[in-house]
Ligand binder design. Structure first.
Ligand SMILES: C[S@@+](CC[C@H](N)C(=O)[O-])C[C@H]1O[C@@H](n2cnc3c(N)ncnc32)[C@H](O)[C@@H]1O
Length: 280
């Protein structure tokens, strides 16, 4: 099955697990993606009304800017800026000049999207003053033809989405009705990603956050709302006991995260128990 791939190249995205996750998500009237990140899951799930939330408001502002612009205009704008600043895979001076311009400007989300495409691993990284501080993605990152091709279906798919940039605790769960689906792909307590190490202008993710989230999911479940939670139960010798205990009430689908067939990756990945926990 062919899945849409987000043009965000988001760290921690679920694209490679979609063929295992999507069939486990029941279609629903309303769908909430509470930690939506690069939207790889959201854009591939069928629902009438889609709500996407992520605490990273820089990211959400990019999606809201995409909603207001047509594809041709967006690409023209991106290509104009690339030319204006001389952005390329090799021009580190152009990257730094554009990053300085962005940090000292009114911070247009479309400029941030362009900047992100030339940064190391396409990361949206900020310092504590919320200045973009990712380093140059030398010889690796650029707004290439593949990303350009992914933008078209992406921006048309997200046009009708409802976006918010709230801490998950503050999301308005009252919009969910019986039979609706909420998907959660939070940062993982036992494997730190660059979006949850607490050093990027956002707080880190800890056991207390897992506890708050599972309390919300228990409550929603009691009200007939379906949930699916992505997580890892063990990783490189570390174990998430809180989640293991809690998940015994629900269904735990073990996912095969050995995406790469090379034996090196097989050994490394097999130390990780990646799961989708659902209440059906
Ligand atoms: C694993 S990523 C989600 C990846 C996404 N499923 C995808 O396919 O691209 C986790 C996301 O949770 C967000 N996040 C971290 N803490 C949060 C919080 N307290 N409330 C809401 N979102 C949060 C991060 O900004 C990050 O984008």
């Amino acid at each position: 099955m062919h899945y849409l791939k987000s043009p965000m190249n988001y760290i921690g995205n679920k694209y490679r697990l979609l063929d295992q996750i999507i069939p486990l998500l029941p279609s629903s009237e309303r769908y909430v993606d509470l930690f939506s990140g690069g939207l790889d899951v959201a854009i591939n799930h069928k629902a009438t009304t889609v709500y996407c939330n992520d605490i990273n408001y820089h990211l959400i502002e990019i999606y809201e800017a995409f909603q207001k612009i047509e594809y041709d205009e967006l690409v023209a704008r991106i290509e104009f800026t690339i030319k204006e600043y001389g952005l390329s895979k090799t021009n580190s001076v152009a990257y730094k000049n554009f990053r300085d311009y962005y940090n000292n400007s009114k911070k247009d989300p479309l400029d941030l999207y362009i900047l992100m495409n030339y940064g190391f691993n396409y990361q949206l990284r900020f310092n504590s003053k919320h200045e973009f501080n990712n380093s140059f993605g030398k010889n690796r990152s650029s707004f290439n033809e593949s990303i350009k091709a992914r933008l078209l279906p992406f921006i048309s798919r997200i046009k009708s989405y409802h976006f918010s940039s709230l801490d998950f605790r503050n999301f308005d769960f009252s919009i969910l009705k019986k039979g609706d689906l909420i998907y959660c792909d939070p940062p993982y307590t036992i494997s730190i990603g660059s979006y949850n190490d607490g050093k990027r202008g956002f707080n880190g993710w800890q056991t207390q956050d897992d506890l708050a989230l599972i309390e919300i999911l228990d409550d929603l479940s009691r009200h007939g709302i379906r949930f699916a939670l992505s997580n890892v139960l063990s990783h490189k010798g570390k174990v998430n006991d809180v989640l293991i205990d809690w998940s015994s009430k629900y269904t735990v689908h073990e996912l095969n995260s050995n995406y790469n067939n090379s034996s090196y990756h097989l050994t490394e990945k097999s130390e990780t128990k990646e799961v989708l926990i659902t209440n059906e």
